[in-house]
Design a protein around this ligand. Structure first.
Ligand code: SAH
Length: 283
């Protein structure tokens, strides 16, 4: 059985029976869990987890019952209302409940809805943020989500709305104009419409795009492409969700910051991909 890692000495909160801790598990790599998440894993009676939570993380709660509440293998997903009410039932049964969600629970994860239902039912909650895929996943690909020479803002966008359709209700013109860098979650299914909307709203087809699938896991793949070619390139590579699509010039920074490539022995492709000039001592 996996040994649950020790926590450093600190006044860690105690998980009381009847509580639900709504916790982000980060984008994949178990090392990206917070210490609060680890503290929760050690104490929980029940862990209710989503599809994107890695097995290795669950192994750190061997004492707990593990309940799967996501979509996998084509099975219908558990209804959001059912999940929320299940959390209420478990808490009322006196369990210490850890609700573990991929990334950050409040970023495109319906964590707000779950927490609201719990509060409405008088169930006490604690919220533990996590590293969101749109930030940490890009960092693992060597892409800084903000970079002073590129962007003063970043916009996080969901690639589909509640019904699963492309989010036509989004104001693509404003999104296109408002932010130099766009980070798109759940964008694979509607990649063609999204690229079309952005180009239609004035973004250049030549604009750099990165697609990062299964970021921070051993299956991570990164595609560097452009807005105009991304749909064909995604099809050609056969890349599958989960994916983060990053649109903007910060993608170019990967040419110097692909640290995983460097660990694997590759040289950086370009020390100055934005053409800002090299420091005097290496120029
Ligand atoms: N709460 C999560 C997002 C949930 S929505 C977070 O903060 O990261 C699910 C979407 O997140 C996926 O469709 C994908 O777009 C993105 N995602 C989550 N984990 C990912 C990963 N490891 N690699 C790439 N994308 C990921």
């Amino acid at each position: 059985m996996t040994q649950t890692p020790d926590l450093p000495a600190f006044d860690w909160p105690v998980m009381e029976p009847g509580w639900v801790w709504l916790c982000g598990a980060g984008p994949g790599d178990p090392g990206l869990l917070t210490l609060h998440a680890l503290n929760a894993l050690r104490q929980a009676d029940v862990v209710i987890f989503d599809a994107l939570v890695q097995e290795a993380i669950l192994d750190w709660a061997p004492q707990a019952e593990h309940i799967y509440a996501g979509k996998r293998g084509g099975k219908p997903s558990a209804k959001q209302r059912d999940i929320s009410l299940r959390l209420v039932d478990l808490a009322r049964a006196g369990k210490r409940v850890l609700r573990l969600k991929g990334g950050d629970p409040f970023v495109f994860g319906r964590g707000g809805e779950e927490a609201q239902t719990l509060v409405q039912h008088n169930v006490p909650v604690r919220i533990i943020p996590g590293i969101s895929a749109g930030i940490g996943g890009l960092a693992y690909a060597g892409i800084p989500v903000t970079h002073r020479d590129v962007n003063q803002s970043v916009t996080f966008v969901t690639g589909h709305d509640q019904s699963g359709a492309a989010p036509s209700s989004l104001d693509w013109a404003s999104i296109s104009k408002g932010s130099q860098v766009l980070v798109i979650y759940m964008g694979m299914k509607h990649a063609a419409q999204i690229a079309g909307h952005l180009i239609g709203a004035g973004r250049q087809p030549s604009e750099p795009v990165a697609v990062v699938t299964s970021a921070t896991t051993s299956d991570q793949r990164v595609l560097e492409t452009t807005l105009g070619t991304m749909v064909d390139d995604i099809a050609a590579t056969g890349m599958e969700p989960p994916a983060i699509i990053c649109v903007g010039r910060s993608v170019l920074m990967r040419q110097v910051l692909d640290w995983q490539g460097m660990i694997a022995g590759e040289a950086p492709r370009d020390l100055d991909p934005l053409g800002r000039g090299l420091p005097a001592e290496i120029a």
